[in-house]
Design a protein around this ligand. Structure first.
Ligand code: FPP
Length: 273
């Protein structure tokens, strides 16, 4: 267990609070559907926020400073997603494999995330529902409490879901669904022969979260690193070179425009047979 308080991470709370509170009330764009002529935007946008460490190294700074810069990039992206009428925004903060990073970096991320979850409750006033997707295992008490508080305070909001994917692993999530199904089956509540994709999905944590339509990864890496494997099955993938702290709302808007030009086929094929 990491004692979050034992590590000194300069607070980003004040800066972040100013940008969450100071953001103009988002003009929430009408969600684009198939009926209004415009191509539908992604209902569920997910982002693998990569490149904080490289951003810091280029400036001779510590990785912790890079993560702080990464946190400060968040309000621009959340505001843009709200303005664009995104229904679900999922952000990858920490994977079940990231415990293998240096102890001090992990501790800094635990503390930053607790601060972030506290400050982002401010988005509740703009209709944002905060959710946490991940495992409780090994999390410091303060981080866990902040994530739960953020969920509790905003659970009735409907303008946009903002999911903190924190201590999240795509395989871990699938294993949890399998455990839940096996338990129901052992209890006699479920016929194992009845397990299909829809039923499996209902046993995932946060089963109501839809499939990812659009998945962005920053920093030039082209892999999904165990992120939401079940829900990413038909995601449109976008890999951009920008390091996460430099990512802007304008870049996100450009990617959303590119998404609108993608032809999604879901295995159905195109053209004459
Ligand atoms: C996967 O890459 C990427 C993530 C789990 C996101 C990691 C992001 C952070 C730790 C920064 C958190 C963001 C903020 C804004 C504080 P990986 O590097 O874990 O996996 P790889 O080894 O496959 O590249």
């Amino acid at each position: 267990m990491f004692e979050v308080g034992a590590w000194r991470v300069p607070s980003v709370k004040r800066l972040l609070r100013a940008s969450v509170a100071g953001a103009p009330a988002a003009v929430v764009r009408q969600r684009r559907g198939p009926h209004d002529g415009a191509p539908p935007g992604p209902r569920h946008l997910a982002i693998i926020m990569d490149g904080n460490g490289r951003w810091a190294a280029l400036r001779g700074l510590s990785r912790t400073r890079g993560h702080q810069a990464g946190v400060l990039a968040l309000p621009r992206v959340v505001d843009t997603a709200l303005e664009e009428g995104i229904e679900h925004l999922s952000l990858f903060f920490f994977s079940t494999e990231n415990w293998n990073r240096p102890r001090a970096e992990v501790a800094a991320l635990m503390r930053l995330t607790a601060q972030l979850a506290d400050v982002f409750r401010g988005y509740g006033e703009r209709g944002v529902r905060l959710r946490w997707l991940g495992s409780e295992a090994r999390l410091p008490r303060a981080t866990l409490a902040a994530l739960r508080r953020a969920e509790d305070d905003t659970r009735d909001n409907r303008a946009m879901t903002l999911a903190f994917c924190f201590n999240h692993g795509g395989r871990e999530e699938i294993a949890r669904a399998a455990t839940s199904l096996a338990r129901a089956s052992a209890d006699g509540a479920l016929d194992p022969g009845a397990i299909d994709e829809a039923l499996f999905t209902r046993h995932l944590p946060h089963a109501d979260l839809p499939d990812i339509d659009m998945l962005v990864r920053t920093s030039g890496e082209q892999r999904i690193s165990n992120f939401m494997l079940w829900r990413a099955a038909y995601a449109e993938l976008f890999f951009v070179d920008t390091l996460w702290p430099d990512f802007t709302g304008e870049e996100l808007r450009a990617l959303l425009a590119a998404f609108a030009t993608r032809k999604r086929r879901f295995g159905a094929g195109v053209g004459p047979v």
